[in-house]
Design a protein around this ligand. Sequence first.
Ligand code: NCD
Length: 313
Amino acid sequence: MKKINGDFFNKSIVSVDQFSKADIEILFELAAEYKKGISNGMVFNDLNGKILTALFYEPSSRTIGSFLGAMQRLGGGIIPIHGILNTSVVKGEILTDTINIFQSYSDVIAIRHPEAGAAEIAAKAAYIPVINAGDGTGEHPTQGLLDLFTILEKLQRTNNLKVAIVGDLKYGRTAHSLSKLISIYPKNTLYFISPPQSPMPDEVVKIVKKNGAVVKTAKSIEEVLKTIDVLYMTRVQKERMEEEVYEKMKNSFILTGKMARAMKKDSLIMHPLPRVGEITMDVDSNPRAMYLKHQMRNGMFIRMALLRLVLKK
Ligand code: NCD
């Protein structure tokens, strides 16, 4: 896909590979402006008259909710397609035809699809911008960006970080997007911690190393717990594997309140959510915990900024 190269207008956003540091800066600056404005009760009309189709073939709560909220907070309209059960897709309609329909009605499409690569196919078929809201085991660029935004906001830097990414790294798309984003900043070390059945895909490891990050692996969270700046937990992607593989992988890594308290004072505990047991509830009140409030809310501001940038010069 086309690099953003300082100009988001009318571009589809399929992968974090499209972003340079300067592009991220433009996005984060606008997201921070929206965050400040909304927090002060401001009302925005930047996307008055524009319409977003949220075309979600897979379950979603946060991503669809924040995309729809983001569009409406900018004065835009929405066509929410939440699940395909009641659409022509069940009649056998192909993806590119579905895209064609919704681009006739709207100005931008956010798509979530169970197959990796589907967002790119949709983007290539569309004359309006398409935003990848998660494509199977591929990527989830807006989640990676909101994660990075939260790290910058809380730690005041995106470099010189030790970040542990934990869980089902083969199938977890948020882990792919965030790892690649972190790797473009200097002096970062990524610790990939996964069950043996589900390592970080080679293609992601290659990109991350090429970008200059140091890549290490660890067998347990405890090995790195006291030295890391960010602990990024993820769930096992049950829906993407055989039941018996899931049974072997589930509960591989669990963060407890006691472990969380042993972490560095200025460190962050993150999770894209939903969690299914990887973080026990007694971690929630730990000041390092970012997942219930900060990451979620930042997601809406990142999506506001992205929608605004792709829809208007
Ligand atoms: C993630 C996703 O859909 O990839 N959820 C989200 O968008 N916050 C993570 C997950 O489902 O495990």
